[in-house]
Design a protein around this ligand. Structure first.
Ligand code: C5P
Length: 220
């Protein structure tokens, strides 16, 4: 029987993309499969943690032993995360759409011959990680992700302070890395104490190592 250092702890994990409707048939989304977030939820559960997974639309099955809440939009994800508080651990892995359209048209926008394309007016979505990182009920350990294509470590480190996170998992998602939607991930673990660069690993292995690191940090 494997050790279960997270028995009695509650974690909230976000995963997948969000979908922001433009009209009933169209949406804005991010390129995310949910593989890394779902793997982290499962890995925490394997260490005995009670896990609430809040996921955007994905094609993955709900992980075993995890309470999974399905949402579509960033605002629904924010509400589901707050409803799941209190928690000891938050791991915000979702690729949340930064913007949504000002209105979700109730009817399909028609393409008209010779007409200019419609202009989409965008407004900012809530930043879930930043909200949780500064929350009155802030979990003891707040973990975020930083998917970057340039200056991975520097951009990730800026996020630590801005988002109120204890740890940022920074990864290079540039074209050709195959990280978005792929099975593997090469990450840098950024904390105020320093940077730990992990080798290129299967996403399940990244998840297992991260869950172990979270358990170690809560134990000290
Ligand atoms: O600022 P950026 O989107 O790069 O930050 C990424 C981190 O912030 C991830 O942990 C992501 O889940 C989280 N995030 C969020 N809500 C947003 C945007 C990002 O929770 N609206």
């Amino acid at each position: 029987e494997a050790p279960k250092p997270l028995v009695g702890r509650h974690a909230i994990v976000t995963s997948g993309p969000t979908h922001e409707p433009i009209d009933p048939v169209r949406y804005i989304a991010n390129r995310s499969s949910g593989r890394q977030g779902h793997a982290i939820a499962a890995a925490l559960a394997r260490l005995g943690c009670s896990v609430t997974l809040v996921t955007g639309p994905v094609t993955l099955p709900d992980p075993a032993g995890v309470e999974t809440k399905h949402v579509e939009t960033a605002r629904e994800m924010m509400a589901a995360v707050e409803a799941a508080l209190p928690a000891d651990i938050a791991v915000m892995v979702a690729a949340v759409a930064d913007w949504r359209t000002v209105f979700d048209e109730g009817h399909k926008i028609k393409k008209q011959a010779n007409a200019a394309p419609p202009a989409l007016q965008l407004v900012e979505n809530p930043d879930i990680l930043k909200t949780i990182g500064h929350h009155a009920q802030r979990p003891k350990l707040v973990v975020g992700f930083a998917a970057e294509t340039d200056d991975v470590e520097q951009n990730g480190r800026a996020k630590l302070a801005r988002k109120g996170a204890d740890l940022i998992v920074a990864n290079d998602v540039g074209h050709g890395t195959g990280v978005m939607g792929g099975a593997r991930n090469q990450v840098h673990i950024l904390t105020p104490e320093g940077t730990d660069t992990w080798p290129d690993l299967d996403k399940d292995e990244v998840a297992a190592r991260l869950a172990k690191l979270i358990a170690d940090k809560l134990a000290t």
